[in-house]
Every structure is written in C-alpha cells, then in structure tokens.
Design a protein around this ligand. Structure first.
Ligand SMILES: Nc1ncnc2c1ncn2[C@@H]1O[C@H](COP(=O)(O)OP(=O)(O)OP(=O)(O)O)[C@@H](O)[C@H]1O
Ligand SMILES: Cc1ncsc1CCO
Ligand SMILES: [Mg+2]
Length: 281
C-alpha cells in the first residue's frame, strides 16, 4: 500500500517517462564510454553498458588517452584496484574530459581505506567530476576527507546515513553526488532525490556498484545538461533490471546473468510501471 503510494507519486512526477527517454537515447545513439576501472569490475561493467545499448571501451594507458579520450562521449574513472602507476592515466583522462566539457564520473571505491587512496580521490576531485557515485561509507569518507571505519569496498553505513555528507560533498566539489544502497540518494547539494528500485541480492554480486557508475556515465552522456536527472534515472533503471532479474534468479550468480538480460530487454511498460523516484527535498 505504502509502496503503491510512492509509485503513484513518482509516476505523477514524470520520472518514468524521463528514464525511458534516456534509455531509448542510449539504445539509439550508442554513446562511446571510456572506462578506467578496477580489474574486478571490467567484465560486468562492459556487459552492463553493452546491454543498455552503450559502447564501452576499457582503455587505460596514458599513452592512448590523448588520441582516444576526445572520441568518448563520457568517461568513468574507478579507483577500485588503484596503484601508483594507474593514477596518472586517470588524472590525464579526467583532464581531457574536463577541458572538452565532456561528462566524467568518479567511483571512489573504498575511499576511506588508506591514505594513498583517499589522497588520490581528493586529487581526482580537483579535476571536477560531473558525478561522484559511491556507497555510503565512501561518500562519508570523501566528504570528511578522512579515513573511515571500513569494510574495504563494502559499505558499513546505510545510504540514508550519508545524506548530509553527500550534500556537503556536492556543494564543495560542484559535482552531483549519488549514494547507492537500499534507496539510492542523489543530490546537487540542494535538491535530494531518491531511487527506490533494486533488490538486496545486488550487494552479493561484486561490481554492481561499479557497473551502475558506468551506466550513470552513459545516461549523462545522452543528457549532459541534466546530470542529476540522468544520474537518478540510471540508478532506477539498473534497480529495475535487478528486480526483473531477481524474478528469475536462484542466487547471486544467476542474478548477475538475469540482471544483464533484463537490462537488455527493458521495455516502455516495465519502465513506466516500476521506475520509482521521489524527491526528498
Ligand atoms: N538493500 C538494497 N536494496 C536494493 N538495492 C540495493 C541494496 N543495496 C544495494 N543495492 C543496489 O545495488 C547496486 C550496488 O550498490 P552498492 O551500494 O552495493 O555499491 P558498491 O558498494 O559500490 O558495490 P561494488 O563496490 O561491489 O561495486 C546499486 O544499484 C544499489 O541500488
Ligand atoms: C572486490 C573489489 N576489490 C577492489 S575493487 C573491487 C570490486 C568492487 O568494488
Ligand atoms: Mg563500489
């Protein structure tokens, strides 16, 4: 009943139509998305982008960035398996994106887990990401610029614990900040919007967070002037794919497969009936 009310409110706001329009734009335009990401996530991230209709390229060598990055419609930078030799390429690609006013999205994986990682994330923040997407612990660590109680790449907090941290990070950085969790929170520092889709089993598949960050890059690529709306749409669509996939899954491994199939097969009717996005302020 409560859920019906939330869905009704979301429907009235036009979010499902917007999410469907953006997914359709990705399918028709097939934007090229450059991903510099961790080694765990490469496969799921590339397959997530392909199943949504985008064109992924996992190109991370600094030697290639001057030639390649100008051709990408958006860039995704993820520090999950960071080492000192990868950081300069991440920065170079972010600089190219920023200079050419192309959207780029930062995933600050385990930002509070070590001083090296936190410093790297803070340096990347200086290069003005369009969107930052992390779990609650990552957003809290980045917002406070301090090491945190950490379970490594997994969150020790709920997304709703990180609303104030997300708002202050958005204000300080100028980026849209997204916090994934049971409710995905998205803010520009003033407005706060939530996407209520997804299933808890998505946390049991490694790199679903990384993959939705890349999906955000694809959504922002097709609507760069509305980064908040594109970000929350991507999170909701990925969550809907998880919900549809869960209907067929027996556990995390089959959910991984069915989530990708469901993302590929999403249609107007499913998007309109399931996308649940509400404003918090
Ligand atoms: N309790 C939950 N209920 C519904 N969906 C969830 C829940 N927790 C996470 N999700 C969804 O799972 C996806 C991954 O979010 P999560 O917060 O686990 O990212 P993450 O910690 O960065 O993951 P990773 O580092 O493995 O990539 C998001 O799409 C999010 O909406
Ligand atoms: C498990 C893991 N370790 C470093 S990155 C990564 C993928 C999820 O963030
Ligand atoms: Mg993550």
């Amino acid at each position: 009943m409560e859920e019906d009310k939330v869905r009704g409110k979301a429907e009235a706001s036009g979010w499902p139509a917007r999410a469907w329009r953006l997914l359709s734009a990705i399918r028709s335009e097939s934007p090229l998305i450059q991903c510099i990401t961790n080694m765990v996530s490469m496969d799921l991230m590339a397959n997530t982008l392909l199943s949504a209709g985008a064109s992924p390229a996992m190109i991370h060598s600094a030697d290639e960035i001057p030639d390649f990055t100008p051709h990408a419609r958006a860039l995704c930078v993820n520090v999950g398996t960071l080492s000192a030799d990868w950081l300069p390429a991440m920065k170079l690609a972010a600089q190219f994106a920023s200079q050419s006013a192309k959207p780029w999205v930062l995933d600050p994986v385990a930002a509070g887990a070590s001083g090296f990682r936190l410093k790297a994330c803070l340096e990347l923040l200086e290069l003005k990401p369009t969107v930052i997407r992390g779990n609650a612990s990552e957003v809290i660590a980045l917002s406070k610029a301090s090491l945190g109680p950490t379970k490594g790449v997994d969150s020790s907090h709920e997304s709703t614990d990180a609303v104030e941290a997300a708002k202050s990070l958005a204000q300080a950085s100028g980026a849209i900040v997204a916090v994934s969790g049971a409710v995905d929170i998205v803010t520009d520092g003033e407005r706060v919007v939530g996407a209520h889709n997804g299933v808890p089993m998505m946390q049991r598949i490694t790199a679903t967070g990384c993959s939705v960050t890349a999906l955000i890059a694809a959504f922002v690529a097709v609507d760069p002037l509305h980064a908040l709306e594109a970000t929350v749409s991507a999170l909701s669509i990925f969550g809907v794919a998880g919900e549809m996939g869960m209907n067929l899954a027996k556990g995390p491994a089959s959910l991984r497969m069915h989530l990708i199939d469901s993302l590929y097969g999403l249609d107007d009717a499913v998007v309109h009936s399931r996308v649940t996005i509400t404003s918090f302020s």
